[in-house]
Write a protein that binds this ligand. Structure first.
Ligand code: DX5
Ligand code: ZN
Length: 219
C-alpha cells in the first residue's frame, strides 16, 4: 500500500502565526499544503486570497492543493493553476454537467492536477463518469466552510465504495478526505482506502507536529 499523503490545511491558523506554522510544516516535511478558498456564497465564510497563495508558493515552493469552495469554479480553476496550485479541486455541488465538462476541457491545458469535491450527502455515483479525467476525488469529512469541526463517519463507507469502483475500473484516481482528521479518523480513513488526508486544526495546534504528522501517516 503506497504511503499516505498528508495535506496541511492552514484555514484555522492565526495570520500572525502563519509563517511559523509553514516553517514548522516544511521542516517536518509535510507533503502538501491544502489551501482553502471561500467566496462567502458557496459557503458562508471567507478565507485567503490568491495573492497569499502565490506568496506562499514563491517562498516555500511546496505542493499546493487548492480547494475551491466557490461558485462558478469554471471561471477560476485555471487562474489558480497558473498562480501556482499543483492541484485544484472544485465542488460538484457548485456546477452543472456542462460547466464541469467545460472546466475539465479548459483546465487540461494547464497540465496541472484536477479533482472534484463531494459534500457528505452527495453520492459518489454522481462523478463516476468524470473519474477517468480526475487525478483526485475529495470526500468531505465535514460540512465545508470552517475548520475544527467533528469528523462525520458517514464518509467512511463512501471511501470504501469509491475505492472499489476505482480498482474495478483500473483507474488511477486518488481519494482525498478533507475535514475533522485526527489520529483515530486518519486510521479509519486509511483502512477504508484513502490516499490523501487533509489535517488542519489537529496538526496546526499540535505541540508535537512531527510525531503527530507521522501518526496521521500510520508510521
Ligand atoms: C473546511 C475545509 C477543510 C478544513 C480542515 O471547509 O475544507 O480543509 O480546513 O481543517 P480541520 O482539519 O480543522 O477540519
Ligand atoms: Zn479543504
Amino acid at each position: 500500500m503506497s504511503k499516505t499523503i498528508i495535506a496541511l490545511s492552514i484555514l484555522n491558523v492565526n495570520v500572525f502565526e502563519l509563517d511559523s506554522v509553514l516553517k514548522k510544516a516544511v521542516k517536518a516535511k509535510i507533503d502538501w499544503l491544502h489551501f482553502d478558498m471561500m467566496d462567502g456564497y458557496f459557503v458562508k465564510n471567507f478565507s485567503f486570497s490568491l495573492n497569499i497563495m502565490k506568496q506562499i508558493k514563491e517562498r516555500y515552493n511546496i505542493f499546493i492543493d487548492t480547494h475551491l469552495m466557490i461558485t462558478n469554479p469554471e471561471y477560476h480553476a485555471v487562474q489558480f493553476a497558473n498562480a501556482g496550485s499543483n492541484l485544484v479541486t472544485f465542488h460538484f455541488e457548485a456546477c452543472s454537467y456542462s460547466e464541469i465538462t467545460h472546466l475539465l476541457n479548459e483546465y487540461s491545458y494547464t497540465k496541472k492536477r484536477i479533482g472534484i469535491v463531494l459534500n457528505i450527502n452527495t453520492k459518489i455515483s454522481q462523478i463516476y463518469e468524470y473519474l477517468p479525467r480526475l487525478d483526485v476525488v475529495v470526500l468531505m469529512g465535514v460540512e465545508p466552510g470552517k475548520g475544527g469541526q467533528k469528523f462525520n463517519e458517514k464518509v467512511l463507507n463512501k471511501i470504501v465504495k469509491l475505492k472499489e469502483y476505482i480498482q474495478k475500473n483500473n483507474l488511477k484516481t486518488l481519494i482525498e478526505v478533507d475535514g475533522g482528521i485526527k489520529i483515530k479518523e486518519a486510521r479509519l480513513c486509511r483502512e477504508a482506502g484513502a490516499d490523501i488526508l487533509v489535517a488542519g486544526t489537529f496538526l496546526t495546534k499540535s505541540d508535537n507536529f512531527s510525531s503527530d504528522l507521522l501518526k496521521l501517516k500510520g508510521q
